[in-house]
Design a protein. Sequence first.
Length: 173
Amino acid sequence: MKKSGLLFIMFILSGCTAKYDVIRYDNTQLSINDSYYISNPKDGKYDEINYVNSGEMTRDALFNELSTLGVKTEKADKTLSEIDSLLSAKQQGYVFLIYPTILHWEDRATEWSGLRDRAKIKLELIDTDTKVTVDNAIFNLVGTWWTFGGLHPQDMVSEAVKEYFKKVFDLEK
């Protein structure tokens, strides 16, 4: 009886944590002393639901983390194509363009439905001189199913961004 109770508690607690998988396809180490221009991605969607301002929230999560680290950074004020974003970054003298793309965004009423929030973000870091992608990653984010409305996709993006930049700037010491 005690064993099954313990298993049940472990099962419940496993639903209390969000999952932040950050998959890097390049392991390039970049310098915190370089400058970064952050593109504004298109808003995320799920089925026919368009999540207004999810692009800005994603861009802001990137900007806030870089600013916290003391990195010279600027964020775009409107959504542009990758080519136009690269041109804008280059014209303003930035070394790298950070080009996020929201592949999936699902903000659910988890506390009522039991359906978890989810987001999937593709991130490319592009050298503005060579136009070569020097690092790219996918963030697979899954929220908890045990929540009282406190965790949303934008919160998960912020946590994943922190983890990502620790690796990119080799700050995990």
